[in-house]
Design a protein around this ligand. Structure first.
Ligand SMILES: C[S@@+](CC[C@H](N)C(=O)[O-])C[C@H]1O[C@@H](n2cnc3c(N)ncnc32)[C@H](O)[C@@H]1O
Length: 222
């Protein structure tokens, strides 16, 4: 059986055929300026075991090393930021777990190499926590998780040096897109929209906001 499929049943049931490394790289080369940017956000709505996401992470970590490799504390912080910018959904739980573990292993291998004795288990725990919130098991068509809750992603922004600001957004609301022409404080169907300076447009407001926290302590959100 080729490495591109796990079983004929899974192909028939879920259309599960994994993409080869060569095609993954050729496609990512087309958006190189984004894959090389540490905080550019990627979402793969049928991520499988993470063939695309793993390569995005590798490329981002190369950028972290290039820009911040001289100082372990900088490398650590920006490598966590790189992980936090990558999102995935898959309908099969085993794929989700494989994908999270694969991403963790890629990050941890580089973390050990670059930070050596400065590595901490607290930071590892933070990365595991972020991956558990960024790579979700659900149906990208209904936009519901396997437990019936709406697919909700945490957006992580680095603020004030070493703090992360977490805001949770519902995927179905984000898919409504953005509006250029809305007035500030706009409400649609009782839902608030907000101005986003990054894209100069109105976007649905987060469903939940959290107090800023040190990037090594996000797991304390519980
Ligand atoms: C063609 S494979 C691609 C996997 C991966 N993107 C890759 O290129 O290697 C499709 C994946 O989508 C998942 N899938 C199928 N239907 C889905 C749905 N409605 N929502 C989320 N994932 C789905 C399958 O479990 C499978 O892992």
């Amino acid at each position: 059986m080729s490495e591109q499929i796990k079983s004929k049943e899974r192909v028939a049931e879920h259309g599960e055929v994994f993409t080869n490394e060569r095609e993954v790289n050729a496609m990512l080369d087309m958006v190189e300026s984004e894959t090389d940017r540490i905080d550019s956000r990627f979402l793969e709505p049928a991520c499988g075991t993470g063939n695309f996401l793993a390569e995005v992470l590798r490329r981002k970590l190369n950028s972290v090393k290039r820009q911040y490799g001289k100082l372990s504390s900088d490398y650590e912080k920006y490598s966590v930021l790189a992980v936090s910018s990558i999102y995935g959904v898959d309908i099969q739980q085993d794929n989700v777990e494989e994908c999270r573990n694969r991403m963790f292993d890629i990050w941890d291998k580089e973390y050990r190499k670059n930070c050596k004795t400065a590595c901490s288990d607290e930071c590892r725990e933070a990365v595991r926590y972020i991956l558990a919130h960024n790579i979700l098991c659900g149906d990208a068509l209904t936009m519901l998780q396997n437990n019936g809750a709406p697919i909700t992603f945490a957006q992580w922004d680095l603020v004030m040096g070493s703090m992360l600001k977490r805001r949770d957004y519902q995927l179905d609301q984000l898919m409504e897109g953005h509006e250029k022409q809305m007035s500030l404080d706009m409400c649609v169907n009782g839902r608030k929209w907000e101005y986003d300076s990054e894209i100069d447009a109105m976007v649905p407001a987060p469903v939940r906001e959290y107090p800023n926290t040190d990037y090594r302590e996000v797991q304390k959100y519980g």
